[in-house]
Design a protein around this ligand. Structure first.
Ligand code: FEO
Length: 394
């Protein structure tokens, strides 16, 4: 197990997880995930975050091979979520003299999760801490995406250790630095990571972006995914756009359909939207993974949702989408709804109430009994066209 040299002083000692199927046992990991950990070697040695417990031995082997006989003086903890903290005890077992550096809230969690309460130094926002030639400055980042989170800015090399921020799903399949990798595959996974993991906390992300971006940054060391150097502007832009909840031009049509009647409506709406823009995405809730559905709803300005009435309510998998969007408080969408029913309509009424609760601009709503007829096609086509045209007006 070998570390990866980022600079004369900084080494990557993180690991790849290609075994876990569901992150947080919720979100699929088709391309795996990395748990990043970094070693800064100066007069003092600092380790930036541990890793998930199953991979702790791998990281410790990398550390040992990098340090030779030296010890770790400090463990800087940015985030206590167990994908980064469950390996801490193994680290302390091997290097018992480590002093832990973290926020006061992180210290409470260390005690609560792991019973660790000795040799901890809690730090304050803006506090500086010297390792020799390198000086660390701590930037608190509460709710990105837990309350104890902080980032660290290293002044001499202009490195931002950014905790989960600017992270993405996807393993590092050889290499660590973005300038060595085909990074295009990481950007969709960054969007899916942001929306599903951090998405509820847009305002805290905006606050910390303003603080952290006050410093000149040449390297971003996140807890997941590549180390960013050449693409800093782009990854900051992705986080900025998604956290502001500014949708791009485009229409996402999400529907549930048991026997294809609501599906036929969705396709007619897509036809209409496509007459205005190529950015039209159709998701059948029974086919697409919900993590990708909500990512696309975050990404685009137009949001059309359809459901048959099912047990006097919204089709269950469409209801899941509604709840996930409501939980994340997504704002500023141009909205329309549609659906079908057999003996009594209810789903479209409930979808419209959702749109009202979210304060979306409602463009239209169509509900059809039994099935869509040829004579109905134009109304659905026009609904798709109207929503796409409305978006281009902005
Ligand atoms: Fe990667 Fe919030 O943990």
């Amino acid at each position: 197990m070998f570390s990866y040299k980022i600079s004369d002083s900084l080494y990557y000692v993180g690991v790849n997880d290609r075994k876990t199927e569901l992150f947080e046992r919720l979100v699929p990991l088709p391309y795996g995930v990395s748990y990043n950990s970094y070693l800064l070697i100066d007069e003092k040695v600092a380790l930036f975050d541990s890793v998930e417990i199953c991979y702790a031995e791998k990281t410790l082997e990398k550390i040992q091979n990098t340090l030779g006989g030296r010890n770790i003086d400090y463990l800087i903890i940015h985030h206590l979520e167990p994908d980064h903290s469950s390996g801490i005890q193994q680290c302390l077992d091997k290097y018992p003299d480590i002093q832990i550096i973290c926020t006061k809230k992180a210290a409470e969690m260390l005690q609560g999760f792991y019973g660790i309460n000795a040799n901890i130094k809690t730090v304050n926002e803006g506090e500086e801490f010297s390792l020799g030639k390198h000086t660390l400055k701590f930037i608190f980042a509460p709710m990105v995406h837990w309350p104890e989170v902080m980032m660290t800015y290293e002044i001499s090399e202009k490195i931002l250790f950014s905790a989960d921020a600017f992270g993405c799903f996807g393993t590092l399949d050889g290499g660590v630095l973005d300038n060595q990798l085909n990074v295009e595959r990481y950007f969709p996974e960054m969007e899916r990571y942001y929306v599903n993991i951090v998405g509820k906390y847009g305002l805290p992300v905006q606050t910390v972006l303003k603080k952290a971006l006050n410093y000149p940054i040449e390297t971003i060391c996140s807890l997941h995914g590549p180390v960013w150097q050449q693409n800093i502007e782009r990854v900051v832009g992705i986080y900025d756009r998604l956290s502001k909840q500014d949708g791009e031009d485009g229409v996402v049509i999400v529907y549930g359909s048991m026997y294809s009647h609501t599906e036929a409506m969705a396709e007619a709406i897509a036809d209409g939207a496509l007459s205005v823009t190529k950015n039209v995405i159709l998701h059948d809730v029974s086919k697409s993974d919900i993590s990708q559905i909500i990512t696309d709803i975050f990404k685009y300005k137009g949001f059309v949702i359809g459901s048959p009435t099912y047990n006097g309510a919204i089709f269950p998998k469409v209801q899941d989408v509604v709840e996930k969007i409501e939980l994340r408080g997504l704002k500023n969408r141009i909205f329309a709804s549609f659906g079908s029913f057999t003996w009594a309509g209810m789903a479209v009424k409930l979808l419209n109430e959702f749109g009202e609760r979210m304060k979306y601009e409602q463009i239209g709503s169509i509900e059809v009994k039994h099935s869509m007829k040829m004579s109905d096609y134009e109304a659905f086509y026009n609904l798709g066209k109207r929503i796409a045209l409305r978006i281009t007006e902005d």
